[in-house]
Design a protein. Structure first.
Length: 629
């Protein structure tokens, strides 16, 4: 499965590279994973002593969807006789800004080679394939299968469903600052001998609970390992632990860490060690040409200091944090931990989890398998089980290991209610301070604007491509131009109802969410075209469902896009996407969509009925008629 996914990544890279030559040879390219042409700027050295090259390029309308992120591999290319040619030189993104990027490169020779090429051909840059992650996952699966140590075999058998989990008896602990479900989750974490799961639905304080579980575990253990699939998730929980006074050692590529975490990075702590100055002096002497007995003595001392500094850094840390893939770095060799915590485990590929599990005696996972799963590009790999996470499997096999957090602190109870019923057996409760919170006392928390009776609710204009309703774009995404205009119109009406002054004074924020990138781009363009929104731009965010995971806004508007007679709804059938979209809203949720198309699926029929009972179902009529509630 891992090999299939790697092959799909490589094929996707090859196809996009070849298609670029056929369709846009020599033309401007502003895609989420590609920019052409780029202008080469100055070079500089970053804090780690790596040579970086500054790049500039035209800013695109979809800049918010830019996939260039710090630490990701990139390759350069140019066009020769209409065909793209790849430059055999990989770099890594260091920083990204509006129309600018810095890329770390191996050395001056690489920069000189690029400048020489750029003198004759404009250069482009695109994301490369990160082979390291696939290699680590493949090796982790093999190592997990072959490891025959007694402790690991027991853990492996529990996680794979072949042995029942066990628990130790402990006195009841009290954490008065937490709610009862959070307290019970920590109690179960401490009692578990192999595996425990903190299931945290939206807004229930999963990270808060996980942090308390780490701190309480550190009362009983010297050190723990904290991991997640993404650097952002690792940084977030690491920052929360640091704020509680926990000494964290952050291992991984510093280019991929947040600014707040850099001071805790292995590299920074290494350079700040009292013995580093002597080590640096030794390395300088060796570079300057020390020979013979002196060189031999210096190298021995260099090794001695490297071992000492490394040992000190790990011994001082109470928490070692890294990505799941990062747990296989050379620095982590022969490191072992009594407990491994995996945050956002429902978004982690199982093979990546095993890379970290190999280093632990027991595992605590936190996440929500009813929200977005990990991304798997290969259909064959997904069907083979790569899309099924380890957390999902443990939840299904060993429900006694699962602690559901039941009090949410984000949403009005009517916004929460449908997700609670459909995904969480009706067990979620809204905290009193948010249960009845609204943007305006004159408003309802839930509205569905149903476009079933008209595909042109605001004008007689037809959608992109000359068709009303949903339309497929050049990049195979979907748009619905009529619906996009309706969303912008609805947003303006709602702002007018509240008043722009209230929004600015009370800092009311808005999110527009859609499942499709094409629709997100169209919505951004329409927003920019209207002068009305200019002063409120900082209050409004537009993005896809994937981009909004982990975020929240006072008001959320969801554009569902799909509108066809056949009832085809594409990946809206993955109901976890809708769960994520709906639960981003604190006080007001507005759904814009064709209820007739969507109601072919029982989930959307039930959602429409719920909104009729708890909010407003507004059927839009053809232009000139009045909407019906």
């Amino acid at each position: 499965m891992v090999t299939q996914e790697l092959h799909e990544e490589q094929e996707s890279y090859r196809r996009s590279f070849e298609q670029r030559g056929l369709s846009v040879s020599g033309a401007l390219v502003c895609e989420p994973a590609c920019r052409y042409p780029v202008a080469l700027g100055d070079t500089a050295y970053n804090a780690l002593g790596q040579l970086t090259l500054q790049l500039r390029y035209d800013v695109a309308e979809d800049e918010a969807e830019l996939e260039f992120e710090p630490g990701r591999p990139v390759t350069f290319f140019y066009f020769h006789e209409g065909s793209p040619k790849e430059v055999p030189q990989q770099g890594y993104v260091e920083l990204v800004g509006d129309g600018a990027m810095s890329v770390s490169l191996p050395g001056k020779a690489a920069v000189q080679s690029l400048r020489s090429l750029a003198a004759h051909h404009p250069l482009g840059i695109q994301l490369g394939v990160d082979n390291t992650s696939f290699r680590v996952m493949t090796e982790a699966l093999h190592a997990a299968e072959c490891n025959d140590s007694e402790r690991f075999v027991r853990l492996r058998e529990v996680l794979t469903g072949h042995r029942a989990p066990s628990f130790r008896a402990l006195p009841r602990l009290s954490f008065p600052w937490l709610n009862p479900s959070q307290q019970e989750a920590i109690q179960r974490v401490l009692e578990a001998q192999e595996v425990s799961i903190i299931h945290g639905p939206p807004g229930t304080g999963k990270t808060t609970t996980l942090v308390e579980a780490v701190i309480e575990t550190l009362q009983r253990e010297t050190q723990v390992l904290v991991c997640a699939a993404s650097n952002a998730a690792v940084d977030w929980i690491s920052e929360q632990l640091m704020r509680r006074g926990i000494h964290v050692l952050r291992v991984g590529n510093p280019l991929r860490m947040s600014d707040e975490m850099l001071d805790c990075s292995y590299e920074r702590r290494y350079a700040a060690h009292p013995d580093y100055h002597e080590l640096w002096s030794i390395r300088r002497s060796l570079r300057d040409g020390a020979k013979g007995e002196q060189a031999h003595r210096l190298r021995n001392r260099e090794t001695e200091l490297e071992v000492k500094i490394n040992a000190d850094l790990f011994e001082q840390a109470r928490v070692v944090s890294c990505t799941l893939i990062g747990s296989a770095y050379r620095l982590m060799e022969r490191r072992h931990f009594s407990t491994l915590f995996i945050d956002e485990a429902a978004q982690a590929l199982e093979p990546a989890c095993w890379a970290a599990i190999l280093k632990a005696d027991r595992v605590v996972m936190g996440g929500d398998h009813q929200q977005l799963p990990p991304t798997v590009k290969s259909l064959a790999a997904a069907k083979g089980g790569l899309a099924d996470t380890l957390m999902q499997k443990v939840v299904a096999k060993w429900p006694q290991c699962v602690s559901l957090l039941t009090v949410q602190y984000r949403m009005n109870e009517d916004i929460m209610g449908f997700s609670s019923q459909w995904f969480y057996d009706g067990r979620l409760k809204a905290a009193p301070e948010v249960a009845h919170r609204q943007v305006s006392p004159l408003d309802t928390p839930l509205t569905w604007l149903d476009t079933s009776l008209t595909t042109t609710p605001l004008s007689n204009q037809r959608g992109a491509g000359g068709e009303a309703g949903e339309t497929r774009t050049r990049t195979s995404s979907l748009t619905n131009a009529d619906e996009a205009r309706l969303v912008i119109h609805t947003l303006r009406d709602y702002i007018e109802m509240l008043s722009p002054q209230k929004i600015e004074s009370e800092r009311v924020d808005f999110g527009i969410i859609t499942p499709y990138r094409g629709q997100a781009r169209l919505l951004r363009r329409l927003l920019k075209m209207q002068h009305y929104f200019r002063r409120l731009r900082r209050h409004i965010t537009v993005g896809t469902v994937d981009g909004f995971q982990g975020q929240e806004r006072d008001v959320i508007v969801i554009s569902l896009v799909r509108a066809n007679a056949e009832g085809q709804i594409g990946f809206l059938r993955d109901l976890r996407r809708m769960n994520v979209a709906m639960t981003r809203a604190r006080m007001k949720l507005i759904i814009v969509g064709n209820a007739e198309t969507l109601s072919h699926h029982r989930f959307y029929r039930a959602l429409a009925e719920y909104i009729r009972r708890h909010g407003e179902m507004v059927t839009l009529l053809p232009t000139g008629d009045q909407p019906q509630a």
